[in-house]
Design a protein around this ligand. Structure first.
Ligand SMILES: C[S@@+](CC[C@H](N)C(=O)[O-])C[C@H]1O[C@@H](n2cnc3c(N)ncnc32)[C@H](O)[C@@H]1O
Length: 211
């Protein structure tokens, strides 16, 4: 059978399996805490989070909700989104494709955690404009990638899930070009499942100096 680059229909099929197997040990917590410190959050206000590819809402969106953030979660898998909605009915859950969203509002943090890597290389390149369009100045962007340019398929519950990555230099240049100051780039962090993690602040006007 031909392998697909579209993962959401596969997540619909394995939603219960994925939810049961999604790690809840919060090994990503240190990174979430950096996003929680976004300088755009005004004193006394709750931060606002756009969680792209939010899945079933645990443990990532849940961590922010517990800290008082207001969350808008976006996912193309309705089965996973339904789980988020059932868990946190007071938050906003949008069945949409992260590649084409245009919400016309800006958030204190944008996350694409364990989701961005499912997009094709060209779709990843196109996401930096989407990130910028949805962040307040000094808002924070957190996402994870691979380390070298290429594609790979990984199996979950008998299905082949597409993954792609650009190389680290290209991510750096895309971030700078779109107005982001890189705050942290952890390459293949063994304490976070080998993820390469990016944290950046949206700083239009100043970020180009990095290139
Ligand atoms: C590995 S899960 C991660 C879910 C969640 N972020 C987490 O950390 O548990 C990847 C998620 O990305 C979603 N996804 C993949 N492509 C997407 C797209 N183009 N737009 C929105 N969501 C997408 C999938 O449906 C799935 O819920």
């Amino acid at each position: 059978m031909t392998k697909t680059t579209e993962t959401a229909p596969l997540y619909d099929r394995i939603a219960d399996w994925f939810d049961a197997h999604r790690g809840r040990d919060l090994r990503e917590e240190g990174y979430l805490a950096h996003a929680d410190e976004a300088a755009s959050v005004t004193d006394g206000e709750n931060g606002t989070l756009l969680d792209l590819g939010c899945g079933a809402g645990e443990p990532v969106a849940a961590w922010f909700i517990q800290k008082g953030w207001r969350v808008a979660g976006v996912d193309l898998s309705s089965a996973l989104l339904d789980k988020s909605r059932a868990r946190f009915p007071a938050q906003e859950w949008l069945h949409a494709d992260m590649r084409s969203i245009a919400l016309n509002r800006q958030f204190d943090a944008v996350l694409a955690w364990d989701s961005f890597f499912h997009l094709t290389a060209d779709d990843q390149r196109g996401m930096f404009g989407v990130f910028a369009a949805h962040l307040k100045p000094h808002g924070r962007l957190l996402f994870n990638t691979g380390t070298e340019a290429g594609t790979a398929y990984g199996q979950m519950d008998g299905h082949d899930f597409h993954h792609a990555s650009l190389d680290v230099a290209e991510y750096r240049s895309l971030l700078a070009k779109h107005g982001f100051m890189i705050m942290l780039c952890d390459i293949a962090n063994p304490h976070c499942g080998g993820r390469t993690v990016w944290l950046a602040e949206y700083a239009p006007g100043t970020a180009a100096q990095q290139i």
